[in-house]
Design a protein around this ligand. Sequence first.
Ligand code: FAD
Length: 460
Amino acid sequence: MDERAGSKQEARGRARVVVIGGGYAGVLAALRIVGKAARRRVPVAVALVNPSPQFVERIRLHELAAGRRQRRLELFRLLGAQVELVIGRVRTIDAAARAVEVELADGGGAAAEGVAAAGIAAADGGAAEAAVTRRLGYDALVYAPGSAADPEVVPGGREHAFTLADAASSRALHARLRAARDGDRVVVVGGGLTAIEAAAEIAEAFPALRVALAARGGVGEGLSERGRAYLGRALGELGVAVRTGVRAVRVDAGGLLVARGEAGDGAFERDAAERVAADIVVLAAGFRPAALAASSGLATVAGGRLVVDRWLRAPAHPEIWGVGDAAAALDGEGAPLRMGCATALPQATYAAEGIVAALAGDPQPPPFRFVFLFQCISLGRRRGLIQRVDPRDRPLERVLTGRPGAWAKELVCRFTVASLRVERLLSGTSSGPGKEPRRQGAADAAGAADYRRLPSGAAT
Ligand SMILES: Cc1cc2nc3c(=O)[nH]c(=O)nc-3n(C[C@H](O)[C@H](O)[C@H](O)COP(=O)(O)OP(=O)(O)OC[C@H]3O[C@@H](n4cnc5c(N)ncnc54)[C@H](O)[C@@H]3O)c2cc1C
């Protein structure tokens, strides 16, 4: 694995696979590669690089912000001894040389400490203290560095707003919420699922605060009529005020400036801006994909997600597979799939199986296919909304609401992490990315069946 001699995980004679990112997609991909390769007797050495030794359950970060305790999930336990864990951040991908440059966390000390108990190779084979960077060569690369909040999506956001995209920002928000006084106003900016979940969770956990959602368009626009009706009722019961059709223009110490309509010139901003008083502003209006692909000179779509083909491979570098929030996998209609745990996990499985197939010299598999089944939304701990959708994520008039909806969402969250554990124990036993359908009409059904058999496929 290491380009220099002396790495504890001796990769000579084995294909080297490096996974960038220890989120949902990266962990599942690493485990699936190890398991599938073992079953097929393909010799591989897999290393996963992540800045922290902990796995972050991002789909629960709004719960963390509201004060719910989170399990501590150590990556080395999730991955087991078959995957070398490197604690650090990939600074650059040298695609021409097929190597990544890793800046080791804490000069390598964190890696040594975090993985020593499991007997996994410490970064740089024990000489960790001196090492700051490490170069890892690869035969196949899984690009899964995910996404982050973009506090600059609204000017002033970095200085005056909170976000929810990582554990540190969620904890900071929680500390601020706990310090708030009765009657303080919390404004969550955004109208998508993360904003809705965050507003509901905060309102339920802090009933003495006044919580509002400020959305550029509508709130829950991807829901059916019945889904929206239930959402409106639930938010009303929780005391969440909803303002739609307002665009956040600036955040400052007193709250938000909003404008109606689309972005215009400066004159419009000055004339139409209206103040929304807030003691706490939470930006939950979308995520920014990792910039690593673009900064490494790889082709990206607007916004920075890695361009991948229908087999999830970077077109100019077919030894690089892109999965999860950081890659622009396409849906059946040629549009990038929305970011989500639900979309990341099947991509990870597909890429992992594609890598093992490629290493084994198999013919090209059928392209990646994804079908949606549900949208699962938590509205605090006592209410939930499970929205049935068609394979293209369009809502159907079938919803599960109330406590059963909350239980279903909770089960999905538990199942997501449980599925990673199952993957480690029974890796490679579930089905692959789907056979070629015999006729077009069967395509979605075949895809759906495959992904339903996946540990946590299209259900989150
Ligand atoms: C509050 C909240 C609620 C959500 N709820 C849902 C939901 O209900 N359903 C759903 O489908 N999705 C949900 N999501 C979205 C979901 O969490 C993401 O889509 C999912 O985490 C993407 O998985 P990933 O593996 O691609 O990336 P991540 O989970 O972001 O993991 C990426 C990992 O890569 C690491 N990394 C980044 N850069 C580097 C680098 N240079 N080198 C090495 N490692 C790096 C990161 O630190 C991270 O550990 C929610 C998100 C939030 C914030």
